[in-house]
Design a protein. Structure first.
Length: 285
């Protein structure tokens, strides 16, 4: 398979391979050391579904399916999950992330896994959020007054009964508990939308999410869809919107970028697990 060949290039088992552009660009996340060269063909190419020429009924159903998901927004949600930012590539950031996954993450992995399990989250999501918050630095301090691995504020830490905000165990467990509280608040959202809303509220506060949801309703957008709120939140940095909102000014672009980065780191962690298993089977074989 193409992804396996790219892994072998990254590990210098082979020198070069050829891949579809979307696969090559996506693979840079997982193997930032690879270099994507020039296209070998200038012809326009497309990805698509093919059916037997005689299967007119099936073709009709496929076309209806695509028309439906494009109209209701599901196509964009699926596309954005995998390919929306595939051309974005920060070599320095990704190299540092891969290095810290090996050098720093193992120290906190038992705490991350136990805390995530206790509140029903994927540990890889919590690890990705932690990296976005602190780069796995237990002494991290932000200019906004947030501290530790999960960048808890003193007010939130106090409400959650944290005695030492820099203690990794207290910090992680309190933060995941807080994320669960936010997740429970958005009980009408489904799937990843519910995760996105909880993460956004963790980043900028629940109040700003409530303001954004109200504006979404006024615009006849679904307040339980991240696609709606990611469009609305940046508006809360504009006077005509934040002055009319309950919780006021918000750096609304920040949670949009916050979630984008977390999902990038999350995707890499999920891919790494598959890659490790592939390499293990290769060695065992």
């Amino acid at each position: 398979g193409t992804e396996e060949l790219i892994r072998r290039v990254a590990e210098r088992i082979i020198d070069i391979t050829i891949a579809d552009s979307h696969v090559a660009l996506l693979s840079r996340r997982y193997y930032p050391q690879i270099v994507v060269g020039e296209a070998i063909s200038k012809d326009e190419t497309w990805l698509g579904w093919a059916v037997d020429l005689r299967a007119e009924g099936l073709l009709g159903q496929i076309n209806i399916f695509f028309q439906t998901i494009q109209a209701d927004g599901r196509f964009k949600e699926i596309y954005d999950r995998y390919y929306a930012h595939v051309e974005d590539f920060d070599f320095v950031d990704l190299r540092a992330y891969h290095w810290r996954l090996e050098s720093r993450l193992p120290t906190y992995l038992p705490l991350i896994k136990s805390s995530a399990a206790a509140y029903g989250f994927d540990w890889r999501l919590i690890a990705a959020q932690m990296y976005q918050e602190s780069h796995f630095d237990p002494l991290a301090t932000s200019h906004a007054g947030a501290y530790g691995l999960m960048q808890l504020t003193e007010d939130t830490a106090s409400l959650l009964g944290v005695s030492d905000i820099f203690d990794p165990e207290e910090n992680i467990r309190a933060a995941v508990r807080h994320l669960k509280y936010l997740y429970n608040h958005f009980d009408k959202a489904e799937g990843m939308d519910r995760i996105y809303l909880a993460l956004a509220a963790y980043d900028v506060g629940l109040g700003h999410l409530l303001d954004a949801r109200e504006i979404a309703r006024q615009r006849q957008l679904d307040p339980d869809k991240w696609a709606s709120l990611s469009e609305i939140l940046p508006l809360l940095s504009l006077p005509e919107y934040y002055k009319a909102s309950t919780y006021g000014y918000c750096r609304g672009e920040e949670p949009v970028q916050y979630i984008k980065q977390i999902m990038l780191y999350y995707d890499i962690l999920r891919y790494q697990e598959r890659s490790w298993m592939t390499a293990y089977r290769e060695v065992e074989g």
